[in-house]
Design a protein around this ligand. Sequence first.
Ligand code: THU
Length: 160
Amino acid sequence: MRPIITSSQLLSYDNEQELDPARAQLLARAKQAAADAYAPYSKFKVGSAVLLANGEVVIGSNQENAAYPLTMCGERVAIFAASALYPKEKIAKVAITIISEKGNINRPVTPCGACRQALLENETRTQADIELILQGDSGEVYVIKTVKDILPFIFDASFL
Ligand code: THU
């Protein structure tokens, strides 16, 4: 028997003012997208902004349903739209943020496991790392170089 230890790494910024203007702008686009989320049940509005290699930005937000499991996360709405609109473009960066109507969340919100897996699929498909920029309602911002940094023991096409 031998233990196998994996690690995660990211950069932490105190707030969006500490970011370079391009990243701050992408985060602002994600915040605008969050404002338009359809989240009447959870009151947890998620916005995502995808920056493509060609400079285009595609946004998404969570879309809920009275039949709860039909809900789609904001991250997947954005990356699926980006793939549908620009199937050949690599995704360079994805900003993810929230507007919580139940009280300010002052720490970065990290994508759910399903969204990490969907982001990983895109990294594999395009052979390019995707940078993640994450923030809650306000405060600290995480910048993560690749989805693989927050998704240990990945399942990908190499098993198939
Ligand atoms: N949600 C996202 O949009 N992204 C995530 O990564 C986690 C959760 C949404 C789904 C649902 O509309 C609400 O947040 C509460 O779970």
